[in-house]
Design a protein around this ligand. Structure first.
Ligand SMILES: *Cc1c(COP(=O)(O)O)cnc(C)c1O
Length: 383
């Protein structure tokens, strides 16, 4: 039997290894010149006009961004139940409450038509999640936010690079956008994240809170002409900075982001072309002219499929292929269910999509033969 094909794997090349070795030899291992360069490169990738703040994870970045836009105790934050728990847990870190709004099954994203009904006098922000790398309808979401004076922080953990109406996610007028560089994401730093914002005050607050609420970061303290020991603590901040070791990976991964995306898009197109005439619903693509990041390829099993989703994943694993499920909706998890008294059919669209959802392996280190193996296995089980 062929070796097991994992569900996901990072694509780390010699360039990343050399860049990391360079940092190790330089003696600067924590936040320093490489983190700064990664931030500059990332802001340029977004098209300029924004600041980028590197942090230890997207979870950290979402926490920083929501804190910076003023989310606090008792506030409500509107988001989707069809996401990873990090999206909503950071709202709880701040003593605020997530308010879930069901998804549009055609996109797997929060349904913008349902957002206004969830707004109350306590609503402070909207956190859209660009599921799988398919951008949310940013025109509509930002329009609602403007009308009701709400903040918008985008969870773009899946969305590098993705566009809506031809504009990159991260370059819209939301208050902040947060990317993830976790091992399975479209580029990786091992662990890491990036907050992007066009608002200097939000950027400044994120920078201060990223490092203990200290008014100067370590790099500044050791490179500026002011005495290195001099700093002020201006808030009870966090320890969310990105190391130069991680940033070294990020610098080289970002240079490959275009190539990585081309490969992912080609693989998604091949799945689309070769998984036809099966009892499944193929994942939605981006609108004509827009870019889908293809972090995930999530198909839905139809009711008339010869087996259920759980059995399908077990049988795929028996054939040596790793699949996954994105996501178990938050309202089905004990914490969220019990904390907010949620029932499965409170979000019927999220529930229905989840019940049939299967993520197939899709990553740049897969060969054409690996993908052929996946396609053959899916066809054998479902034909
Ligand atoms: C991965 C992920 C996160 C968290 O990213 P980390 O970098 O692991 O903290 C947040 N939101 C979504 C939707 C994710 O998939």
């Amino acid at each position: 039997m062929k070796p097991f094909l994992p569900f996901a794997q990072p694509d780390i090349g010699e360039e990343e290894i050399q860049e990391v070795v360079d940092s190790l030899r330089s003696g600067w291992v924590t936040t320093g010149p490489k983190a700064k360069r990664f931030e500059q490169d990332f802001a340029a990738f977004m098209g300029g006009g924004v600041e980028a703040i590197a942090c230890s994870s997207a979870t950290a970045g979402l926490h920083l961004a929501l804190e910076a836009v003023g989310v606090g105790p008792g506030d409500e934050v509107i988001t989707t139940p069809y996401t990873f728990t990090a999206t909503a847990e950071v709202v709880r870190y701040l003593g605020a409450h997530p308010v879930f709004v069901d998804i549009d099954p055609a996109t797997f994203n929060i349904d913008p038509r349902r957002i206004e009904a969830a707004i109350t006098p306590r609503t402070k922000a909207i956190v859209p999640v660009h599921f799988a790398g398919l951008a949310c309808d940013m025109d509509t979401i930002l329009g609602i936010a403007r009308k009701h004076r709400l903040k918008v922080v985008e969870d773009a953990a899946h969305a590098l690079p993705a566009t809506w109406s031809g504009r990159l996610v991260g370059s819209w007028e939301s208050d902040a956008t947060v990317f993830s560089f976790y091992a399975t994401k479209t580029i990786t730093t091992g662990e890491g994240g990036m907050v992007v914002t066009g608002q200097p005050d939000v950027a400044a607050r994120c920078r201060v809170m990223r490092l203990h609420g200290i008014s100067r970061d370590a790099f500044d303290r050791y490179t500026s002409s002011k005495p290195a020991w001099q700093y002020e603590v201006v808030a009870p901040g966090f320890k969310y900075n990105m190391t130069d070791i991680a940033a070294s990976l990020g610098i080289q991964q970002l240079r490959k982001a275009g190539r990585f995306h081309d490969r992912r898009a080609a693989m998604a197109a091949r799945y689309d072309a070769e998984l036809t005439n099966l009892p499944i619903i193929l994942p939605p693509g981006a609108r004509a002219g827009d870019i889908h990041a293809w972090h995930l390829y999530v198909l839905r099993m139809r009711q008339d499929a010869p087996m259920g989703r759980d059995e399908f994943i077990t049988r795929m694993a028996e054939m040596g292929i790793g699949c996954s499920v994105h996501f178990i909706p938050l309202h089905l998890h004990p914490y969220w269910r019990d904390a907010y008294g949620l029932k499965p059919d409170d979000y019927p669209q999220a529930l229905a999509v989840y019940q049939g959802a299967v993520s197939l392996p899709l990553y740049t280190r897969m060969t054409d033969d690996d993908q052929a193996r996946v396609i053959e296995a899916v066809r054998r089980l479902l034909e």
